[in-house]
Design a protein around this ligand. Sequence first.
Ligand SMILES: Cc1cc2nc3c(=O)[nH]c(=O)nc-3n(C[C@H](O)[C@H](O)[C@H](O)COP(=O)(O)OP(=O)(O)OC[C@H]3O[C@@H](n4cnc5c(N)ncnc54)[C@H](O)[C@@H]3O)c2cc1C
Length: 386
Amino acid sequence: MPVSMLLFLSLLCTPFSFSTVATDSVYDNLLHCLSSKTNSKDQFSKIIYSPFNSSYTPILQDYIRNRRFNTSTTRKPLLIVTPLKESDVQTTIICAKQIGVQLKIRSGGHDYEGISYVSNVPFIILDMFNLRSINIDIKDETAWVQSGATVGELYYSIWQKSKVHGFPAGICPTMGIGGHISGGGYGNLLRKYGLSVDNVIDAQIVDVKGRILDRKAMGEDLFWAIRGGGGASFGVVLAYKLKLVPVPPVVTVFRVIKTLEDNASDLIYKWQFVANKIDNNLFIRLLLQPTTIKNKDTMRATFIGLFLGDSNSLLSVTKAGFPELGLAKQECMEMSWIQSVLFWANFDNGTSENVLLDRKGGSPNFFKRKSDYLKTLIPKDGLEGL
Ligand SMILES: Cc1cc2nc3c(=O)[nH]c(=O)nc-3n(C[C@H](O)[C@H](O)[C@H](O)COP(=O)(O)OP(=O)(O)OC[C@H]3O[C@@H](n4cnc5c(N)ncnc54)[C@H](O)[C@@H]3O)c2cc1C
């Protein structure tokens, strides 16, 4: 065989052999380190998945929520560790540090850029999905929620205990508590109760030394940081203690659609003056989407609302504060708060609350997303440009 051919073959083989060796040695080193900390190899071999284990791919893919990061060229973790108890998190942090491999923390996998499960350097995933207990104390109006729980599981658990309590968090039920709350958490109770992090009263985190710290032990600076600064920069959040908020037994939702032909631009322009000033019980989200009507390309503006009260009270609020919307009684739907959660998550009216326990939702799409806060109004010609 010519030398050039040999070289070509060896180049082809090199990356595979490297990753096999790397995975093998990281697996052995990690297992050795973990078991040396507890004297139990068996216990840890059950929570570590290497690419040679048949559960590795399903576990990896279960919480990939963006198909852009589920391609054959996406770099895969050397191992996935799925802790069953808090001490598994502690030992994994200590051992990852000891063997010098990057640790990625994943709760619900909804990171827009796949930060919790992709990396440019060799890495392992600490997947929190087994740590998802939720303890609601209605008397105290609080909840301890482990970071592997989803927002939907939290809403469901609150609803099981009380029909007049809720929690201000995002609208997508499959987001993980760990990433969602450590990143801020905004949703349709924002105007009345603020962000999720405005309603966090305690937390448990494992720091880089493997210590479990609560609010008192971590201090106010770190406690501040893990409420909006992104948890993974500071440690592994095990759980948050949340302050529940009151919701009325009846809330009202609506969805009003206008196109450019219905003067949507004027309405959107006006909405910018109204959205942050109208009665705090009313949240109106605006969705702008291109659409085609009768073979003509146009734009559709959807105004989606949640009002913490009945439809008559809502109508008097919109008549006084946003009459241009022209909201009519027949467009208003009264329901319980938990049903409004389903409405906002685009489930059909009457869907069972149990759907909130479906941790995976539908199959993920390819998407690119970015959120921002508007601090100045978009002028009318800006809207037309959009
Ligand atoms: C379809 C969709 C809808 C969304 N809707 C909303 C919305 O309505 N409101 C809103 O505010 N946001 C929304 N988001 C954004 C979402 O809140 C963030 O992407 C959030 O970080 C996701 O958390 P996660 O645990 O699911 O994600 P992950 O991908 O698991 O984690 C996100 C980040 O947090 C870190 N992290 C995760 N768990 C922990 C932990 N236990 N300790 C320390 N760090 C951790 C990860 O390492 C990563 O950096 C949405 C995202 C998507 C994809």
